[in-house]
Design a binder for this molecule. Structure first.
Ligand SMILES: CC(C)(COP(=O)(O)OP(=O)(O)OC[C@H]1O[C@@H](n2cnc3c(N)ncnc32)[C@H](O)[C@@H]1OP(=O)(O)O)[C@@H](O)C(=O)NCCC(=O)NCCS
Length: 156
């Protein structure tokens, strides 16, 4: 990740984040959703910036999770469609989870749609296990939700 920089997401990042969001999810978060997330006291949101020449950068991915005492709950991660399948999400998520290793975090959890093979593959590669599958969870498609968990006491 030599030309990549991880930064805390701020209000000025929301436009590029929204454009990745809209290209990534059928039901994207709105600007207000991101603003609410940034102001939530449990929230940790990061952007991944690709540095180019002339000291400018492009946001190519973002990650939002919440930290409750000793547990992380991942809300979402997305990568610009043009930058996918290059190992970016894996390195980004691994790095961000790794920075919390020393903080007595016991586990990380998340939920993901059954049809999201890319997301499930990413999370499995990071070390998440499937803990439950709840049928017909989503009201739009009636598809199942997959609940995943990673024991943080193991190395991230
Ligand atoms: C899921 C997502 C973040 C993965 O980003 P990425 O940078 O392309 O992922 P990586 O290149 O780091 O891949 C890591 C692993 O994820 C899995 N994976 C990623 N894309 C995949 C795909 N299209 N199909 C199947 N598995 C996939 C693979 O296991 C991959 O490991 P491998 O390369 O050794 O096979 C990206 O596809 C995305 O932004 N999707 C839309 C948003 C989303 O669904 N987010 C997850 C739920 S919140």
């Amino acid at each position: 990740m030599s030309d990549l920089i991880i930064d805390t997401m701020s209000e000025k990042d929301i436009d590029p984040v929204l454009s990745i969001e809209q290209a990534s999810f059928k039901h994207p978060w709105s600007r207000i959703s991101f603003l609410n997330e940034l102001s939530n006291k449990f929230s940790h949101s990061f952007v991944l910036k690709l540095e180019n020449s002339f000291e400018t950068y492009q946001i190519i991915a973002y990650l939002c999770f919440r930290l409750f005492t000793d547990e992380i709950h991942i809300l979402k991660i997305a990568v610009n469609p043009e930058q996918r399948r290059k190992g970016i999400a894996f390195k980004f998520l691994k790095h961000c989870l790794g920075t919390f290793c020393g903080q007595k975090i016991k586990s990380a959890t998340l939920d993901v749609r059954q049809s999201n093979t890319a997301g499930i593959g990413l999370y499995k590669k990071i070390g998440f296990d499937i803990k439950a599958q709840i049928p017909n969870y989503y009201s739009d498609t009636r598809e199942d939700v997959i609940l995943m968990r990673k024991n943080f006491l193991k190395e991230v």
